[in-house]
Design a protein around this ligand. Structure first.
Ligand code: PLP
Ligand code: ZN
Length: 407
């Protein structure tokens, strides 16, 4: 681990040695990777970054694995798209979409799992297990396949079909669970030790966050090292939000950016909004959200493990947490597709709906530079979008009386 000095507990601050297999700290806190940033600062300038590959590995000096361990399918360095038509309609005149849907396996989960699986290679881990709301499963299955690592996936039985199929196609062993991601997490935790699996649950292993933080480095580089005024992030486990917040601190230490931060906006679903509730109640941690339900499967996380880190980023940045309905997400998704040519996952579309709310509240000004994270492609959510575009509504089919067949 080239520039890593140690791992640090995000709750009690305890140091853990690098180069060993870790999950959580004894106190239950997630571990964060720390680097010798003074050393990095002298050897790696921000002008050097563009000499690196067109993937998230252009930031390799602040990522944990050694070059030889990296398992890459071309993740990251995704486009930052100027959203003029959508922005004009909403009254946001400097609006951008970071399109994570173009990643391998169609979501930003590729970043975290490329990094985590690379670290499994580095640490000699041969079997992994994950509870997943959907996209993380597909991404893990793909990277583990590329690394030749055995993968066990526990997912709610109603995850989008695409996530089940891709996991199977990549050769993972999939258990469909009659419950939520929290139930899946319990099953992994109960069985991991006996089965010899490394538990790769969100924030229970230290490296997914490192991959996801590259979304923060990228947005800075793509905006010529000037952070936007606000970032909208669809928040389930919140790893992307926590990771970007960490990236900004690292970049400041490297002397690449100043102390100004974007307002960090956590967007959740009305049917599962533990972070929004905690933010509104001014609590440092969230409470378990009973009967969580939303079409945005990635947002169906009733009690994020890193809730205190998400809330810290939101509060320290002067941001906000906002919940939107499933209907609003699908409407926003259709508008984003029709106005910008970006077909977003409902999670990503939730950011558009959240932006509408916050423009109305006055927290954002029309001229603010705003970046929305579309965390995945809409193509993985046919079930959700089919409710908007049922095939039987097609005038052409009605006229022809069903399927079009060759004469
Ligand atoms: C498309 C999509 N967006 C957002 C999320 C939430 O991610 P995070 O854990 O970083 O909050 C997920 C998680 O499954 C997801 O699949
Ligand atoms: Zn601790």
């Amino acid at each position: 681990m080239p520039n890593v000095t140690h791992l640090e507990c995000s709750l009690c601050g305890k140091r853990h040695e690098a180069g060993q297999v870790w999950n959580l700290c004894e106190c239950g806190g997630p571990l964060l990777v720390r680097y010798d940033l003074d050393r990095v600062r002298h050897r790696w300038k921000r002008r050097d970054v563009s000499n690196g590959p067109a993937s998230m590995w252009r930031y390799a000096p602040v990522l944990p694995p050694a070059n030889g361990s990296v398992i890459s399918l071309g993740e990251g360095w995704t486009p930052l798209i100027r959203a003029n038509r959508l922005g004009e309609r909403l009254g946001a005149h400097n609006l951008w979409v970071k399109d994570e849907g173009v990643n391998p396996t169609g979501s930003f989960k590729a970043r975290g799992l490329s990094c985590a699986v690379s670290m499994c290679v580095e640490l000699g881990i041969r079997k992994v297990a994950i509870p997943s709301a959907g996209n993380a499963a597909g991404a893990l299955a793909a990277y583990a396949a590329a690394a030749g690592i055995e993968t066990h996936i526990f997912m709610p039985k109603d995850v989008p079909e695409a996530n089940y199929l891709e996991s199977m196609a990549y050769g993972a062993k999939v258990t469909l669970v009659d419950g939520l991601i929290s139930d899946c997490g319990r099953m992994v935790a109960e069985r991991a030790a006996a089965e010899g699996w490394f538990d790769i649950t969100t924030l229970k292993e230290p490296y997914r966050i490192e991959g996801k933080k590259t979304m923060g480095y990228e947005v800075a580089e793509q905006l010529d090292w000037e952070l936007p005024d606000a970032i909208f992030y669809p928040t389930g486990g919140g790893v992307g939000m926590i990771g970007m917040w960490k990236a900004f601190a690292e970049m400041e230490h490297l002397g690449w950016i100043g102390s100004r931060r974007p307002k960090m906006i956590a967007v959740q679903a009305d049917g599962c909004a533990p972070v929004v509730r905690a933010w509104e109640e001014n609590e440092p941690r969230s409470r378990f959200w009973d009967e969580a339900t939303t079409i945005a499967s990635g947002l169906r996380v009733p009690k994020p493990l890193g809730d205190f880190l998400i809330l810290e980023a939101v509060r320290k940045s002067g941001g906000a947490a906002v919940a939107v309905s499933d209907e609003a997400m699908l409407d926003a998704g259709a508008r984003l597709a029709q106005e910008e040519g970006v077909f977003a996952a409902p999670e990503g579309a939730s950011c558009v709906a959240g932006l509408e709310k916050l423009l109305a509240s006055g927290l954002l000004k029309p001229e603010d530079r705003v970046v929305l994270y579309n965390t995945g492609t809409g193509l993985k959510y046919p079930e959700a979008y089919a409710t908007r575009f049922p095939r039987t509504a097609s005038g052409q089919q009605d006229k022809l009386g069903g399927l079009i067949t060759p004469r």
